[in-house]
Design a protein around this ligand. Structure first.
Ligand code: FES
Length: 103
C-alpha cells in the first residue's frame, strides 16, 4: 500500500497512544518523548486495543492483562506467557504530517 497519512504530528502528544486506521488495519501511534512509533493496535494475547493502555518508557502496557510490547520494534517485552510480537511500521514526518508505511 505504501505511505499513508495518519494525521498531523500535533495530533500525537508525547506519552500518548492513538489508534488510527491505516489501509484497513488498526495501528497504534505511540509518542515516546517526541518520537513517534507505529505498531499494531490489537494485543496478541486476547485482542485488547493497545491505544487504551499506557506508555512505560519505550513499552506499551496493555490495559487488560499487562503485556508489554516494545513500541520501537513491536516485540514482546514482558509477559508471563509467550505471545506473538506485534507488527511495527516505519513512521516518517513531512510538512507536519505523520506518515505510516504499510506493505
Ligand atoms: S489482552 Fe493484552 S495482555 Fe491480555
Amino acid at each position: 500500500m505504501g505511505r499513508v497519512i495518519a494525521g498531523r504530528l500535533s495530533d500525537f502528544a508525547p506519552g500518548s497512544i492513538t489508534k488510527v486506521a491505516v489501509d484497513g488495519r488498526d495501528v497504534a501511534v505511540v509518542n515516546v518523548d517526541g518520537t513517534c512509533y507505529a505498531i499494531d493496535d490489537t494485543c496478541t494475547h486476547a485482542g485488547a486495543s493497545l491505544s487504551e493502555g499506557t506508555v512505560s518508557g519505550c513499552n506499551v502496557v496493555c490495559g487488560w492483562h499487562g503485556a508489554q510490547f516494545d513500541c520501537t520494534t513491536g516485540r514482546l517485552a514482558k509477559f508471563p506467557a509467550t505471545i506473538r510480537d506485534l507488527a511495527s511500521y516505519p513512521v516518517s514526518i513531512e510538512d507536519g504530517n505523520l506518515y505510516v508505511e504499510v506493505s
